[in-house]
Design a protein around this ligand. Structure first.
Ligand SMILES: Nc1ncnc2c1ncn2[C@@H]1O[C@H](COP(=O)(O)OP(=O)(O)O)[C@@H](O)[C@H]1O
Ligand SMILES: [Mg+2]
Length: 374
């Protein structure tokens, strides 16, 4: 069990932590979250005495950390940071077993530890044990860093934004693995992040800090239901906003719409329509910006004696921007007789068109996984 009792810390005249009190029971996962500079890292580093409190106490299993030998203390506390710093001249297996080897654990036992841990994160021992860090991806290196922190079998593991530098997919995979390892090995984990999604996924308890104070400490569901302040709510809100991603016009369009430059001749356009089996062409100016459309109908009606298509260009089709809500295009197509809307980039160049067909195909593939091409 980790206990903070009225812990305060200042640098010069700036208070950094103000009267912090909280408890992490054994085997629980606590996530520290809050805006940058609120004191998360400082709090974490007090647990392994990389930073000492000015006043108050940090107790580990009831004993004052300040009275323990720091080296001895850190042997029982794993530590994972973003710049994981694997030893480049050691193999994966050697990296994982650094601490056990320092503690003179036998060769066979070290191999057993490395094998067991690697298998737990789906990196087969026979394939990975002898590799060097520079042969691994960033996500794999970070996995090895986590395993290294676990290899000495510490009851407590501290993690300071360990996955901050990874892409979202790898990060989620590692979050799952850490959560599984923690449950399986019954570790007490204190984990720092500024990503509420990560906090909600991992935590038994979330401790939200602002300006060196605790704003709220609660399990994820409770924080979601009763955020203690507007700042907490905004952290949670950003999270819901991320999960409820906007539906953008750009995601529903076809980009292969037929287009011509305004200096093309009428006959040439008619021939292109005939060849490609379309009744409309999108027209652009000399800067590639969208001007309007010419249709086979207007060519038939007025175009025979013209050489240039310019007099035939109309702005009839409905236009939307790539970053506009696709639901409006959907409404428009369902409620008008038009067969398509034109999608424009911010600089007025053509991004594509949305047709009833292209919309239906995207919806179908999202719902049923059909990757039908129109
Ligand atoms: N050695 C230091 N000297 C002075 N100020 C520091 C020092 N370390 C951290 N701080 C300040 O303490 C505050 C909290 O830092 P930190 O715990 O790293 O925040 P967080 O991890 O939440 O982003 C910040 O305002 C930071 O600038
Ligand atoms: Mg920090």
């Amino acid at each position: 069990m980790i206990e903070f009792e009225h812990v305060s810390k200042s640098y010069g005249k700036s208070p950094i932590l103000r009267d912090l009190s909280f408890t992490v029971p054994d085997g629980r996962f606590l996530v520290l979250i809050g805006p940058s500079g609120c004191g998360k890292t400082t709090t974490l580093k007090m647990i392994n005495r990389l930073i000492e409190p000015d006043s108050g106490r940090v107790l580990i299993n009831g004993d004052d950390a300040a009275k323990m030998d720091p080296v001895e203390l850190r042997r029982h506390i794993g530590y994972v940071i973003q710049q994981i710093g694997l030893f480049p001249n050691m193999t994966v297996a050697q990296n994982i077993t650094v601490v056990p080897r320092l503690m003179k654990t036998g060769h066979a036992e070290c191999e057993r530890i490395a094998r067991e841990l690697l298998e737990m994160v789906n990196l087969p021992y026979d394939q990975y044990a002898e590799k060097y860090p520079n042969e691994l991806s960033g996500g794999q290196q970070q996995r090895i860093g986590v395993l290294r922190a676990l290899a000495a079998s510490p009851p407590v593991v501290l993690m300071d934004e360990p996955f901050g530098a990874l892409d979202p997919m790898t990060r989620e995979a590692l979050q799952d693995e850490v959560k599984k390892l923690q449950k399986k090995l019954h570790k007490t984990i204190v984990f720092v992040t500024h990503d509420m999604g990560e906090a909600l996924r991992l935590a038994d308890n979330i401790l939200f800090m602002e300006g060196g104070r605790i704003v709220q400490m609660a399990p994820p569901e409770e924080m979601l239901e009763h955020p203690a302040s507007d700042l907490v709510r905004s952290f949670l809100g950003r999270q819901t906003a991320q999960e409820d991603a906007p539906i953008l016009a750009g995601e529903f369009m076809k980009t292969n719409a037929y287009r011509v430059s305004m200096d093309r001749g009428v006959l040439e356009c008619a021939a292109l329509m005939a060849r490609s089996g379309v009744d409309t062409l999108l027209v652009t100016d000399e800067d590639d910006k969208y001007l309007g459309v010419v249709t086979i109908k207007s060519i038939r009606l007025y175009g025979r004696n013209l050489s240039s298509i310019v007099p035939l260009i109309t702005k009839d089709p409905h236009t939307v921007r790539v970053d506009e809500d696709a639901r409006e295009s959907m409404d428009y197509l369902l409620n008008s007789n038009d067969n398509y809307v034109v999608v424009l980039n911010p600089d007025d160049t053509i991004a594509g068109i949305i047709t009833k067909n292209s919309m239906a195909h995207v919806v179908a593939s999202a719902l049923w996984g059909e990757a039908a091409e129109s």
